[in-house]
Design a protein around this ligand. Structure first.
Ligand code: PMP
Length: 351
């Protein structure tokens, strides 16, 4: 540890992302990427940008992309914010919108970046236990707080909270910002975007990394009341005026406009998820209901760590968390039919 480090960095336990292996041979079902490629129209739009245009800075306000997202959701462009992946959008949200004197509330089992951002920005936090079925109980989120955040569907559980519950949460909690992180919503959830004009304290975050197969491009977005968006713009413009490059702006816009391809990929993933769920069931797994592109499951007799290690030895990577209460669970991304089959064959060799 260097004596030149700030006190915050000395204490920081950075977020550890899932493994990104260098070997293409592996069946990678550990970080919830989409098994299908990006929209061909998005690829064409990105190819078109590659040329002399890259000499020039991109539009710092991302007006065209924000306009496209606004049109898609029938909102105004000043209700839309975009950033370099939803992780960056989230970083700005923690900076700009959560009150620092009171605890930020989030579930005890959730996206593990949230406590890291709290530490980084000096925000106190309180982890609210999920119920015995791993569901979020909105009645538990009524205490004094400096904001509330959770993914819907939640990660890594995949469990979905109904829009009526989110409405209830917003009704009782109108003093602080409620952030719904919808990274996985397109795989079976109901988006809270439809509520943003009713609740000035609601911010919805989405990403193009999952349902639009663009994890490598790094594009995330937030929608909400224009005053919330203005706060995010202020932080962004104090940090990096050009978070999205020209390739990302073009690719993201074309991907959002290609609704048919998006729907087709989501429908396939949802159908394959349900097929995989029943296959896992017959192999002795209890599988939580999932509205995401992954399944969260526990084997009825074998230890999750042993199963993960055996799969890894066979070239199949799934996610195992060394965390209280879920350390006997595996989170398995839904892959192509072929990838899911490789997973099942590997399990059959193990059992
Ligand atoms: N929120 C949740 C709940 C996630 O699981 C992820 C992906 N790890 C993200 C946000 C970040 O996604 P990205 O930065 O790729 O947009």
């Amino acid at each position: 540890m260097s004596r030149y480090w700030s006190p915050i960095v000395k204490d920081l336990q950075p977020y550890v992302p899932g493994e990104q292996p260098k070997l293409n041979k592996l069946t990678k079902l550990n970080t919830n990427e989409n098994p299908y490629g990006p929209s061909p129209k998005a690829l064409a739009a990105m190819r078109e940008v590659l040329g002399d245009g890259l000499r020039l800075y991109p539009d710092p306000n991302a007006d065209s992309l924000r306009g496209c997202i606004a049109e898609y959701y029938q909102l105004d462009a000043d209700q839309v914010f975009v950033g370099n992946g939803s992780d960056e959008v989230l970083a700005h949200v923690f900076h700009a919108l959560f009150q620092h004197g009171k605890p930020l509330l989030f579930p005890d089992i959730t996206y593990s970046f949230y406590p890291v951002y709290c530490k980084l920005y000096g925000i106190p936090c309180e982890a609210i236990p999920l119920d015995e079925d791993f569901a979020i109980q909105v009645a538990d989120y009524t205490g004094i707080n400096g904001g509330i955040i959770f993914p819907n569907p939640n990660a890594p559980t995949g469990r979905l909270l109904a829009l009526a519950d989110i409405r209830r949460l917003l009704e009782v909690n109108n003093e602080t910002v409620v952030v719904i992180d919808e990274a996985y919503v397109d795989f079976g959830g109901e988006s809270a975007v439809t509520l943003v004009n009713d609740y000035p304290n609601l911010l919805v975050i989405q990403t193009l990394s999952k349902s639009r197969s663009l994890a490598g491009l790094r594009v995330g977005l937030a929608v909400g009341h224009r005053e919330l968006i203005e706060a995010l713009e202020r932080v962004k413009n104090s940090f990096n005026s050009y978070p999205l490059d020209r390739v990302a702006l073009a690719g993201a816009e074309a991907a959002i406009r290609d609704e048919a391809y998006f729907r087709e990929c989501c429908d396939r993933v949802i159908a394959d998820r349900e097929q995989l769920r029943s296959e896992l069931n017959t192999r002795g797994f209890d599988v939580l209901p999932s509205a995401a592109n992954f399944l969260f499951c526990e084997h009825r007799s074998e230890a999750a760590a042993d199963i993960a290690a055996a799969l890894r030895a066979d070239g199949v990577i799934v996610r195992h968390f060394n965390q209280r209460r879920i350390d006997n669970f595996l989170r398995i991304t839904v892959g192509t039919v072929e990838q899911n089959q490789l997973l099942l064959e590997s399990l059959d060799r193990f059992f």
